[in-house]
Design a protein around this ligand. Sequence first.
Ligand code: NAP
Length: 297
Amino acid sequence: MLFHFLADPWINRSRHVDPAALASVDGLVPAVAVTGGSSGIGLAIAARFAKARQRVALVARNEERLAAAAEAVRQRTGQLPIVIVCDVTDASAAKAIEERLRGEGCYLDILVNNAGAGSGGAFVNRDGAESQAVIDINIAALTRLTRLVLPDMLARGRGGIINVASLGGLLPGPYQNVYYASKAYVISFTRALAFEVSGQGVRVSCVAPGPVRTSFHDAMDSQRRALYRYLLVWSSPERVAASVYRGYQLGHPLIVPGLINWLLSKAAGVLPYFLAVPLMGMLLHPGTHHDRDGGTK
Ligand SMILES: NC(=O)c1ccc[n+]([C@@H]2O[C@H](COP(=O)([O-])OP(=O)(O)OC[C@H]3O[C@@H](n4cnc5c(N)ncnc54)[C@H](OP(=O)(O)O)[C@@H]3O)[C@@H](O)[C@H]2O)c1
């Protein structure tokens, strides 16, 4: 709350509120919708906002996991979140989320674009559909949802968008190439958007976590052999969520959770590509030796 009040004068410096937009949500409760809210980082972010007594909604595809996640948030915070069964890659996802929230007496105040997909291994050996799925969720769905919900937030002069990228988005990532490139897009897109809307009362932040203990990495490196798994410092989803909450309240355009990750992010900015790319290749290679196909032999 304190952080919010410290940052508010700057974030609202050229805010223009449309009275009709405010009237359209009169009597409704502002809500935070977290895509991919049924596990890992999304679940922890939802619980952090619920702990701050904000109404939260969890969005994901699997209904059973959503119900279990909602119960976990209730046990941790006392609030049972709204659950929204929805695939964010559907063109109608934004409408489905907003309609469901209205049905619960709420409106979308903060959108956390956290749902994401990963893919690992040498590019030519991966199924093209798998790479496309990463682009569809990490880039296309995030961009579409942002475009559909942002105008109403600007008209109300409040609310915000938190896009979950990755520290990996700061450098090319051999053997996780499409994933890293998709997160580079998220960082570039969100930072540019944050500049475009700055001062209008809406917070736009990007999050770049380092490795976090969730089930996410199993999809990228099924044999668990890549060096990065052993050499980098792993965080808990809860620590990431605490940084996200604080950074968002302060209106930071790029939130890098953890001191070591922050130092790595600075190093990524100065390390020349001719050193950084082979180094990333060594860290991300999924095999025990460097076979040319990046396979998991
Ligand atoms: N874990 C890390 O080390 C790490 C590091 C940096 C950044 N990140 C980023 O953090 C985000 C969350 O990762 P995580 O580690 O928390 O992963 P996770 O535990 O595997 O959770 C992924 C969540 O996304 C949901 N999801 C997947 N596809 C979806 C879709 N099409 N529509 C709606 N929901 C969908 C999943 O639920 P359903 O399958 O039921 O839909 C689940 O709730 C991702 O964007 C990831 O790139 C992760």
